[in-house]
Design a protein around this ligand. Structure first.
Ligand SMILES: [Zn+2]
Length: 127
């Protein structure tokens, strides 16, 4: 389930990021890059890469045996920070207030939510 879940997140985040010029998201299978298989003492199997103009800007690593939902939320947080810092604008923007939306995982669904009123704005992958 885990690898499929990560792959599905990568696809959905890639869909959202596709709207921002020059950015690209890809799924890295660690088994094809042995040096990626261990970070410190923690093993992981997959990672989502974020590229800008073809160069790697972020690698979101998913460690085996750790809370996948928490890792997903943190990873999206980081990805969003990198894009916002580079683009110098809110991404993704709240349609009501204009500030950035934050990633939130509720039961089985991933959303971008408004940090001010806590309302679900859109599913990740549907920007
Ligand atoms: Zn808002």
């Amino acid at each position: 389930m885990t690898e499929e879940f990560i792959a599905s997140i990568a696809v959905r985040v890639a869909r959202d990021v596709a709207h921002v010029k020059d950015w690209k998201v890809s799924l890295t299978d660690a088994s094809s890059s042995p040096f990626l298989q261990e970070v410190g003492q923690r093993r992981f199997s997959n990672a989502i890469g974020l590229e800008h103009h073809g160069s790697r800007r972020l690698l979101i690593v998913f460690f085996q045996g750790e809370d996948i939902c928490e890792q997903t939320r943190e990873g999206l947080d980081q990805l969003q920070d990198v894009i916002v810092e580079t683009e110098l604008r809110a991404w993704p923007p709240c349609p009501i207030h204009g500030h950035v939306l934050v990633p939130e995982l509720t039961s089985d669904e991933l959303y971008w939510i408004c940090p001010e009123d806590g309302e679900l704005r859109m599913k990740v992958g549907s920007l």
